[in-house]
Ligand binder design. Sequence first.
Ligand code: G3H
Length: 257
Amino acid sequence: EVMSDIFDLTNVENKLKECLGLAEVIVVPGDSDEAPWVKKEMGRATVQLMKRYLAYEETKIVALTGGTTVAAVAEMMTPDSEMKETLFVPARGGLGEQVENQANTICATMATKAMGHYRLLHVPDQLSQDSYSSLMEEPKIKEILDLIRSANLVVHGIGEATTMAQRRSSSEEILQTLHEKQAVAEAFGYYFNQNGDIIHKVLTIGLQLEDVIKTKSVVAVAGGTSKAHAISAFMKQKTSNILVTDEGAAKALLELH
Ligand code: G3H
């Protein structure tokens, strides 16, 4: 029974790798919509994968997004020789999340558990075009932005669009736009429709999607049957090359493709 389940998941991983055009896919058993421990298992699998990828890098810089899934990766982090030399940075500035879901918080937690290093990005959540432009000129901000852009590993979540917009208390106007343009996915503070087109973006400094695409290894960590459409849509951007997911999302994804 156990052997056939393992074989089955390997099969699912290979099929997903092919239809999403990814370098690597890891599927953990279960469905995180139903059982919270499944998210921790995705976290554990991501930690192992991060260590494997970082082993090949001379300077080890990891950029992280916010969200409960990347928070689960931080929770499962353990120290070792690779991790001691790693610098953790947040991928983007404030997106309107509660403290525990913010990239800065997760970054500090993960670095502490890894016994590594971290730098934070202190920028407010709601930036006007003017304050955005002047912040970009701040030498201290420029310095950390350079570090963030030199990350060789990015670990990020993918969310269902409406869930994310509501969680971030987005304005009625934004919720309306997302509804009209049929947003299904969110990642890095960008919102996408089912074709993977960008339909809205939160204005904040840090990695823009065009920077993420240039990063060597980009790991998406997202699971739960309810996220299948979101994962499918975001993967059309071809930004990420690695996916860590769960059986619930993986099987639903295969039905979509
Ligand atoms: O940035 C948030 C992610 O896109 C999704 O968040 O991991 O809590 O579902 P989550």
